[in-house]
Ligand binder design. Structure first.
Ligand code: GLY
Length: 306
């Protein structure tokens, strides 16, 4: 069914200090512009979310692509998922270490593989076989993150402590949801995961229904924040199911975050969009970078949406 396009972006939910607010706003606005170049010209929601997420993976301010948090071994390990609401096809990569834009590899899986999910070396081999160049892990590591990891490891926090996931620690996972003029929904999420994570740890972002979901019959969703609680609740699908049952995305997004907090003491944020172009943006972390564009409106912020 023809529709007016809508694009919603997020760039992380956490206790973002004033000093980095401008950089986050610039980042989500750039992503919004890239996605809208696709949608505004009649392109697909799938292409739009891919292009928007690539821009944020390339932007060092976010915990995605180059500039991501380092794991306990000082390496970048990335996860991403992209999903098509029209067909329910999806592509995911987990624990990849040599891809600048994991969402590009995820898109190749969605479009060119009978499988849905590849991890580690197998994901990288798939990417190469489909024309994507590998990079050295060192190219994804930036000095800011080396210092952040050193400071974190020096402060002696128990590696198994929940303090690792406090809302004050940055959760800059990025994501986008889109509705195109053909009436199709899509979503994509990309992350470097959590600071000092154990090598091989996979978060919510690249798992279908946890950090990302899209179904034309319900909604497209992307989450950000502390991944383990979101995985336990399969939160993106939980929120989309509320829309399928008749809730407005605005209400379902707020309910999802409230459920996350009350049920498993989680924190983070969600963006949610239905096939009628109605959307919700919610977070319980103090701030979340977000941006939205419709035919009538273009806006970005870090505070709660009224
Ligand atoms: N939400 C990102 C992660 O926990 O990996």
């Amino acid at each position: 069914m023809p529709a007016e396009p809508v694009l919603v972006i997020h760039g992380g939910a956490w206790a973002m200090p004033d000093s980095v607010v401008e950089a986050h706003l610039r980042g989500v606005r750039n992503a919004l512009a890239a996605g809208w170049r696709v949608l505004g010209n009649g392109g697909s929601a799938l292409d739009a979310v891919e292009e928007a997420v690539v821009v944020m993976e390339d932007d060092e301010i976010f915990d995605a692509g180059r500039g991501s948090f380092l794991n306990r071994d000082g390496r970048v390990q990335l996860d991403a998922l992209i999903m098509d609401g029209a067909t329910l096809r999806a592509g995911g990569v987990g624990c990849v270490e040599h891809l600048r834009n994991p969402v590009r590899a995820a898109r190749k899986i969605l479009s060119e593989s009978p499988h849905v999910y590849f991890v580690g070396e197998g994901a990288e081999r798939f990417a190469v076989e489909h024309g994507i160049k590998l990079c050295r892990n060192e190219e994804l590591v930036i000095p800011r993150e080396v210092q952040r990891l050193q400071e974190f490891q020096a402060c002696g926090i128990d590696k198994d402590s929940a303090d690792l996931f406090a809302a004050t620690i940055s959760h800059d996972t990025v994501g986008a949801v889109a509705l195109d003029s053909a009436g199709n929904l899509a979503s994509a999420t990309s992350t470097g995961g959590t600071l000092n994570k154990a090598p091989g740890r996979l978060g919510d972002s690249s798992l279908i229904g946890c950090g990302c979901y899209a179904d034309n019959k319900s909604a497209a969703a992307s989450t950000t924040g502390w991944g383990e609680p979101m995985m336990k609740l399969v939160l993106a699908k939980w929120a989309a199911d509320r829309v399928l049952s008749g809730s407005l995305p605005e209400w379902a997004a707020a309910e999802a975050i409230s459920y996350l907090e009350s049920r498993v003491n989680g924190h983070g944020g969600i963006i949610l969009l239905d096939a009628r172009g109605q959307f919700g943006i919610a977070h319980n972390a103090p701030r979340m970078a977000w941006a939205v564009r419709t035919m009538e409106r273009e806006e970005a912020g870090v505070e709660r949406v009224k």
